[in-house]
Structures are given as C-alpha cells and as structure tokens.
Ligand binder design. Structure first.
Ligand code: PEP
Length: 251
C-alpha cells in the first residue's frame, strides 16, 4: 500500500549553519514524538545535503530540490544525480513550479532529470499543478494530465513505482491561499484515475500523491483526511521545526 509522506522544501533558505540547526531540531522532534507511520523528508539546498544527512537519523530522508539534466562533465555550476546520491540523499524534488517558471524547465528537460534520478537510485518527487488562469478557464485537469504524461509516462510500470507525485496548484504556493479540501481531493482522484489508465490499478493505488500549497498545521488534517491525499510537500511551514511537526502529526 502507498506510503504517507510529509516532505519539506526549504527552497533557497538557511545558511549551512542554520540548516544544520533546523535539521537537528526536526530530527529531535521526530525521534521523540509518536508518529503515525509517515515518511518524513527534508528538501534542502545542495550545500546542506551532506551535513543534513549526517544530522538526521533513519526516520528522515533527505531530498535535493533539483538535479542536472546531464550525467557529468563540463556543465559549470550544475549538480548531478550521482553527486546527490553520494551525499546519502534519497529523493530529488523535480519540476517545482518555481523551476518551471523561473528557470525554463520544460517537460522535455524533466524527462532527462527523471531518468537520471531513477538511474541513480533516487526517488523523484515530481511536481505538477496549474496556474490560476488555467483553473479559471477550467483547463486544470488537462494541464496536470499533460504534465504527468509528458514528464513521466515514458517510464515502465516498475520505474514509475518509485515516483512520488506532488500536486501543487501554483496559485496556492507561498500565497497563503490553500486549495479547499474538496478541490484537493477532486484533483488527486483525477490524477489517480489517470495513473490507472496508464499503469493499472495496482501501480496507481501504490503511488503517493502529495498536496502542496500553503499547507500548515491548521489545515493539514482536513487535507490529509481525503482518500487520495497521501501527504504534503511543504514550503514555508517546513522552515520552523514545530510547524513542520504540526503537519507531520496531522495524520
Ligand atoms: C512549495 O513550494 O512546494 C510549497 C508548497 O510552498 P508553500 O507551502 O510555502 O506554499
């Protein structure tokens, strides 16, 4: 059966020292709190990966927030999937709307990143989601379906089994506006139906689909109660250990 996952996305925040401190605080809380069978993930900037992996125990997985679309070589400033793997990390967040919008990440580029991530034994946390105009024009289902199809449907069922999906309506990211519980469930059910059509019931039912977008301790429970919402990808609220824990314990 699919895993429940709460993953933090620190984005471009925290010096190395601050990141080590925050990871230590989260680790202490996770170690000393009764947690309801939830996988906890911390998505840090590249510079933190090695040290955060040393600070956290087995109950926490570490994620990078991006990886290069090439294996290795003359790509100044890039970080490859194998380099991320060598830090002890387990996940790579891919296709975040900020990367799609600010860094021109297309589905074509994402296919290369997804493949390299999987080849290196890392699990992609693959982000999808519509902008407000697309929702208002009632195109949100088509947009999300094509992001999934173009970014992931080249994978075999076995490969796809390692992917975590994160539905993040762009209008809800960092805005304080959260999708309603019904809007989240409606989209997550649609995504799962899309996976059934491509890979069948078993793969679809084993895929964790996270919600992201202004999720916080006060709304996490209502969102996570939905049948097809398997956890969250958390931005702002993952930068404070207590808030992040409040979301983890919402299950
Ligand atoms: C995100 O960036 O993945 C995110 C969900 O951000 P926030 O929780 O701050 O809306």
């Amino acid at each position: 059966m699919r895993r429940k996952i709460v993953a933090g996305n620190w984005k471009m925040n925290n010096t190395l020292e601050e990141g080590i401190e925050l990871a230590g605080q989260i680790n202490d809380l996770v170690e000393n709190t009764e947690i309801n069978d939830v996988d906890v993930v911390i998505g840090t900037p590249f510079i933190h990966l090695t040290e955060v992996n040393k600070v956290v125990g087995e109950k926490i997985g570490v994620a990078a927030q991006n990886c290069a679309d090439e294996k290795s070589g003359a790509y100044t400033g890039e970080i490859s999937a194998s380099m991320i793997k060598s830090t002890g990390s387990k996940y790579v967040i891919l296709g975040h709307s900020e990367r799609r919008t600010y860094y021109g990440e297309t589905n074509e580029i994402l296919v290369k990143k997804v493949n390299l991530t999987l080849e290196n034994g890392l699990a992609p946390i693959f982000c999808i989601g519509e902008v407000l105009e697309e929702r208002e024009a009632e195109k949100h289902f088509d947009v999300v379906k094509s992001q999934i199809a173009e970014g992931l449907f080249h994978l075999s069922a076995e490969e796809f089994g390692k992917v975590v999906l994160a539905y993040e309506p762009v209008w809800a990211i960092g805005t304080g506006v959260t999708a309603s519980s019904d809007q989240a469930q409606e989209m997550h059910a649609f995504i799962r139906k899309t996976l059934v059509e491509q890979y069948g019931e078993e793969v679809a039912n084993n895929t964790s689909i996270l919600y992201g977008g202004s999720c916080k301790p006060s709304n996490a429970k209502e969102l996570f109660e939905n049948a097809d919402v398997d956890g969250g990808l958390i931005g702002g609220a993952s930068l404070k250990a207590e808030d992040f824990m409040g979301i983890i314990t919402a299950f």
